[in-house]
Write a protein that binds this ligand. Structure first.
Ligand code: SAH
Ligand code: DHB
Ligand code: MG
Length: 224
C-alpha cells in the first residue's frame, strides 16, 4: 500500500511540475532499449538536482556515475552559456548510450563523458588541474562513496555543493550490523560528513517511484 501511494504521489507531482520533455524521454527510452538498468534518478529528483545546480549558480559540474546520461541532461541544462559538465562512467556501453542521449539533447559541446573507473579518472582530472567544480553529484558504485567524497572535496572550492544519491538504502543505513558493502559505504560516508570540518552537511530520506532511499547534501564551507 505504501509503495502504491508513493508512486501515485510521484505521478501526481511529476505530471504537474515536471513536464514531459522530448530529450529526457528519449534518453530513458534509449536506455531501456539498450537494457541499461533503470536506476536513473526519478524525473522529480532530476529536476531537484537541476534546481540545486541553478540555485548554486554552477558553471562547472562534475558527475560520478553517468549511466545513460539522464541525470546528466538535467544537470547540464542548469548550466549558463559557456558552462561545462564532466561525467565519469566505467561501463563502455553505458558511456556510449549516454553520448548518444546527450547528442540528441544538443549537449555534446557542453558535456564530456569520461570512460574509466572513477578512482582512476578523478586523480587524472586533478592532475590536469581541472576544477574546482561548483556542483558535484556522486551516483556511482556505493562502496566507493567515502573515496568519491574525498575526491569531490579536493576538486571543490568554498561554496561548492556536493550531492550524494542512495544514502539510505531502504533504511539499512541505520543498521550497524549490515554486511552489505553498499550500506557500509553509506554509513562511512555519513560518518565522514559528520567529522569533516570543511563542509556543513545533512541527509534526508526520500520515498517515491524509486522506492525508499535518500540524498546527502554538503556545502563546502572552507577552501579545501
Ligand atoms: N546518475 C545516473 C545513474 C547512475 S547509475 C542517473 O541518475 O541517471 C550508476 C553508474 O555508475 C552506472 O552506470 C555504473 O556503470 C557506474 N559505475 C559503477 N562503478 C563505477 C566506477 N567505479 N567508476 C565510474 N562509474 C561507475
Ligand atoms: C540503485 C539505485 C541507484 O539510484 C543507483 O545510483 C545505483 C543503484 C539500485 O537501486 O540498485
Ligand atoms: Mg543513484
Amino acid at each position: 500500500m505504501a509503495q502504491e501511494q508513493w508512486f501515485a504521489v510521484d505521478r501526481y507531482l511529476t505530471d504537474l511540475l515536471v513536464p514531459a520533455d522530448a530529450a529526457l524521454d528519449a534518453a530513458l527510452e534509449a536506455s531501456a532499449a539498450a537494457d541499461l538498468p533503470a536506476i536513473n534518478v526519478a524525473p522529480n529528483q532530476g529536476k531537484l538536482l537541476h534546481l540545486l545546480a541553478r540555485i548554486q549558480g554552477a558553471r562547472a559540474i562534475l558527475e560520478i556515475g553517468t549511466l545513460g546520461g539522464y541525470s546528466t541532461i538535467w544537470l547540464a541544462r542548469a548550466l549558463p552559456a559557456g558552462g561545462r559538465l564532466i561525467t565519469l562512467e566505467s561501463n563502455p556501453k553505458h558511456a556510449d548510450v549516454a553520448r548518444a542521449n546527450l547528442e540528441r539533447a544538443g549537449l555534446t559541446g557542453v558535456v564530456e563523458v569520461r570512460l574509466g573507473r572513477a578512482l582512476d579518472t578523478l586523480p587524472a582530472l586533478a592532475a590536469e588541474g581541472r576544477g574546482p567544480f561548483d556542483f558535484i553529484f556522486i551516483d556511482a558504485d556505493k562502496p566507493s562513496n567515502p573515496d568519491y567524497f574525498a575526491w569531490a572535496l579536493r576538486l571543490s572550492r568554498r561554496g561548492s555543493v556536493i550531492v550524494v544519491d542512495n544514502v539510505v538504502r531502504k533504511g539499512a543505513v541505520a543498521d550497524p550490523e549490515s554486511a552489505d558493502p553498499n550500506v557500509q559505504g553509506a554509513r562511512r560516508l555519513a560518518e565522514l560528513l559528520a567529522v569533516e570540518p570543511r563542509v556543513s552537511a545533512t541527509a534526508i530520506q526520500t520515498v517515491g517511484s524509486k522506492g525508499y532511499d535518500g540524498f546527502a547534501i554538503a556545502l563546502v564551507t572552507a577552501d579545501p
